[in-house]
Design a protein around this ligand. Sequence first.
Ligand code: ADP
Ligand code: MG
Length: 301
Amino acid sequence: MNIAILSRLPHLYSTRRLVEAAQQRGHSVKVVDTLRCYMNITSKNPEVHYGGKKLDHIDAVIPRIGASITFYGTAVVRQFEMMGVFTLNESVAISRSRDKLRSLQLLARKGIGMPITGFSRSPDDVRDLIKIASGAPLVIKLIEGTQGIGVVLAETTKAAESVIEAFMGLKANIMVQEYIKEASGEDIRCFVIGDRVVAAMKRKAKEGEFRSNLHRGGSAELIKITAEERKTAVKAANAMGLNVAGVDILRSSRGPLVVEVNSSPGLEGIEKATGEDIASMIIEFIEKNQHSMKTKTKGKG
Ligand code: ADP
Ligand code: MG
């Protein structure tokens, strides 16, 4: 196969590993800088161009779209879909996963467990909003934040009110969430490919921190997950329409709660923590599905 990896950073661990795995399995692979792709939008012959040439004869695309370039990145992925090229994750699924509120609404529709979450626009409703999210302590999140940035724990109602009002004053979209104490600074990252959790790791926040993101100094280790956690993770990825996803789960007294579904999950943390060759599993998934599935949405958005 000819595989194109959409990535801004060819030297990044995840990109390097995917290139390696594709080559090892006998494929030809090219790393393409997403922001340097340009396209002609026509009804007959949609094309993607790169460095003065048409990108053609591509059998599959692996999108690794960073949060900061979601808008342009999903447009490039959509263009490939319009050309009938198989994309590992489709543009519409990537867009869904980037909006925390939309993601939670989709998960809720499928009956998947999640922390109680409130959302409002007006500072006048702050008090009631806090009540909805079961009162302080509670977590306030920027809707489009990543890597733990924009996730705040407010210990008291007063603190929560101030933070919410400050965010609203800055016209930031936020949601307010029940704080899951029992998780005690830990979450579980489940790496889903297709209908399977292929690896899982426990991430633990550093001392004095409640966010377990590795970017916030958290540490990772191998963990055995329960059948219920496995089922929840796969269901969450399916609800978003993602073939490959990193599903983050908190262990609570009422079972697994999904906090986030990531559409470009990093490989470094999970491969190092579990010793699994996830990159090869991704390539294998593409080999198996590239023909039969083609693209589901054909760029419908
Ligand atoms: P980001 O997209 O920035 O990673 P998350 O929603 O995943 O934001 O939150 C970051 C981390 O904060 C999570 O991995 C988890 O450890 C912690 N966290 C998030 N929401 C809650 C919550 N409601 N209760 C307890 N801990 C939480
Ligand atoms: Mg997260």
